[in-house]
Each structure stands twice: as C-alpha cells, then as structure tokens.
Design a binder for this molecule. Structure first.
Ligand code: UDP
Ligand code: MG
Length: 322
C-alpha cells in the first residue's frame, strides 16, 4: 500500500520572509516573489490563494512602512510586525506559526533573495509528489566571500564533530508541509536552532539544489560575531557532547597518570628526585584527572536535565489506521 505516491493537489503556498532593516531589498523581493506566484499559479502548480508573509523583526528603518504599502498595492503581500528584534530564527518561527493554519505548504526564504526563488518551483513539485520537507541546498558558494565560505564550512565541520547533525550547505531556505509545520509547533524550546530541529521532525524529505546569488540590496546582518554565537547556540542546544569531552579528557589524564607514576617512582627509588616532588607529582596528576572526570559526570546529568526541560515531543505519528 503506497498511497503516498499519489500526487497532491495544487497547494496554497505561503512564502515566509523574515525582514530586519530590509527597506531597500523588500520592494525588489516582493515584486519577484509575486511574479513567481503568478507563474506557479498559471502553470497550475500552486493555488491562486498563495501569498507572501513578511515578518518585520523589529527593524530600525522603514521596513514595516514598506510592508504596509506593499500590502496596500497587492493583498497577497501580508505581514506581521514583531514588537522588537528577536533574531532571524525567532522571526522565522513567528512567520511559520502565523501561516500554519492558513496554508498547505510554507516556504521560508531570506529577504535579500540570495537564495534563488526559482528553486521554489522544484520545491513545490517535490511537495506535490508527497515530500513534506524540501531542503534548499547551495550548489556553490561562489558569490560568498572567501572568508564567509571558509568560516561557514568550518562551522559545519565543527558542529558535526560536536554531535549536531544538520544538512550541509542548507540555510533556512526550505519548504515545509502543513503537517511538518504542526509537528514543528510542538517543539517548545526557546533557544531556537531550526536547522537542528527540522531534521528531527522526520517525515519524507528531499533536497533541491540552487545557485546562491549576491544580495539584491542592503548589507549582511550576519557578521562573523553573530555567526559564531549562532554556531555555538546550535551545538549547545542539541548536544551534550562537549561535556562528554571533559570526562574523556579526565580519563586520558588518568591513563597518562600511570606512565607519570612509573617515572616518578623510578626517580624516587633512584634517589634522583628532590624531596617532596614525587608525592606532589603523584597527587597532582591523580587528583587532576579525578576532578576532570567528576566534572564530566556531573555534566552528563546536566545534559540529561537540559534535554528534559526542553520537553521535546518524543514521537510523531504520521498516519493512523484505527
Ligand atoms: N534577519 C532577521 N533578524 C535579524 C537578522 C536578520 O530577521 O536579527 C533576516 C534578514 O532580514 C534576512 C535573513 O534574516 O532576511 C538573513 O540575514 P542576512 O541576509 O543578513 O544573512 P546572510 O545571508 O548574510 O547570512
Ligand atoms: Mg543574506
């Protein structure tokens, strides 16, 4: 029985755009997204009620006024205005939760159109073929600076080493079905790292590759400092591996301690050691490794508490035959 193979009808698509100080980019972006919706509608790919949801993330420029006038010109441009700046991830979540009960599929994309909007066509096609989460993945980073490219790849590898599983070269450009959105809404954590949570949702996923462009206007709101703290947030929100590393360091020291002890004892019996050195060396190494292991063990428990307080859903049922 494989009824998932049957094609879904043309979905009502909601394009969710987080905007922080994007007054320059928004008019260009809105125009492009609307013409894309027109095209998908004309091709019978998406429903005519599809729309764009702009989330103003407490911008300090005229972003909200821009969204309002775009809305006046075309009702398919909708918006929500956050009371203050909460960061890209929270702005995105606010948008997704707002459209959750008013769309069949939501596509999140940055306001600067660095991620090729044309890839949405393939995302919607995948959706219609039964996929619930479609990840947009960059096929090249040629337009990023050398520094941005290298640091981003460094972060991916570091995160992987620290036990955080994310989709390589995927930012937050993705399609989620209504079902996936509802499952996402059950994650109540406030340290939000969507790229880590979404692979945990399950359901059917696929990847769509696209070229990454330059920003249409304005400047990047993600300088290195923000990227670094974003990466650390990601790791500490998902993995207790750094704590396990403390324990392992303690254990390694304990093993080295045996070698040190042999050396110290030989020196002691050969009378080549200064008085007091041997006992000092033995206790420093032994106690040092015990302390590290102790911290590591405490860390394991804190890690468990940390997972418990997040109160994440423990399972998700996809279908029921009752
Ligand atoms: N953004 C946001 N809140 C913030 C910072 C950024 O909503 O506090 C939005 C921003 O408007 C853009 C997206 O997040 O739509 C990605 O930001 P940006 O393009 O500056 O990041 P980059 O592509 O340089 O990594
Ligand atoms: Mg950008």
């Amino acid at each position: 029985m494989d009824d998932h193979a049957k094609e879904r009808t043309a979905p009502k698509v909601a394009i969710v755009v987080p905007c922080y100080n994007e007054e320059e980019a928004l008019p260009v972006t809105a125009k492009e997204l609307l013409s894309l919706l027109d095209k998908m509608e004309a091709d019978g790919l998406a429903d005519s009620s599809s729309y764009v949801m702009c989330v103003n993330d407490g911008s300090r420029d005229k972003t909200w006024a821009t969204i309002c006038s775009l809305h006046d010109a075309d009702r398919r441009i909708k918006g929500i205005d956050l009371a203050h700046n909460r960061g890209h991830q929270n702005a995105l979540l606010a948008g997704l939760m707002t459209v959750m009960d008013n769309c069949d599929a939501a596509i999140s994309i940055d306001a600067d159109l660095q991620d090729d909007p044309q890839a949405m066509v393939r995302m919607v096609e995948d959706y219609r073929n039964g996929i619930d989460i479609v990840y947009g993945v960059r096929s090249s980073r040629a337009t990023d600076t050398w520094f941005k490219r290298t640091s981003a790849h460094g972060f991916y590898s570091f995160q992987k080493a620290m036990g955080l599983d994310t989709v390589y070269d995927h930012a937050d450009y993705r399609l989620m079905s209504n079902e996936a959105l509802h499952l996402l809404s059950e994650y109540g954590e406030s340290n939000l790292f969507l790229r880590g949570i979404i692979p945990q949702i399950g359901l059917k996923t696929s990847i769509v590759k696209y070229e990454r462009h330059e920003r249409v206007a304005g400047e990047s709101k993600y300088p290195l400092k923000k990227m670094l703290s974003f990466s650390i947030d990601g790791i500490t929100s998902f993995s207790a591996k750094p704590m396990r590393l403390i324990f392992l360091t303690g254990l390694t020291f304990l093993i080295i301690d045996i070698i040190v002890a042999i050396y110290v004892l030989i020196s002691f019996f050969a009378h080549s050691a200064i008085l007091g050195w041997s006992s000092l060396m033995l206790s420093v190494w032994f106690l040092g490794s015990l302390i590290l292991m102790g911290i590591g063990i405490v860390g394991e428990y804190i890690g468990k508490i940390f997972i418990e307080v997040k109160n994440r859903p423990r399972y998700a049922i996809r279908e029921k035959l009752l």
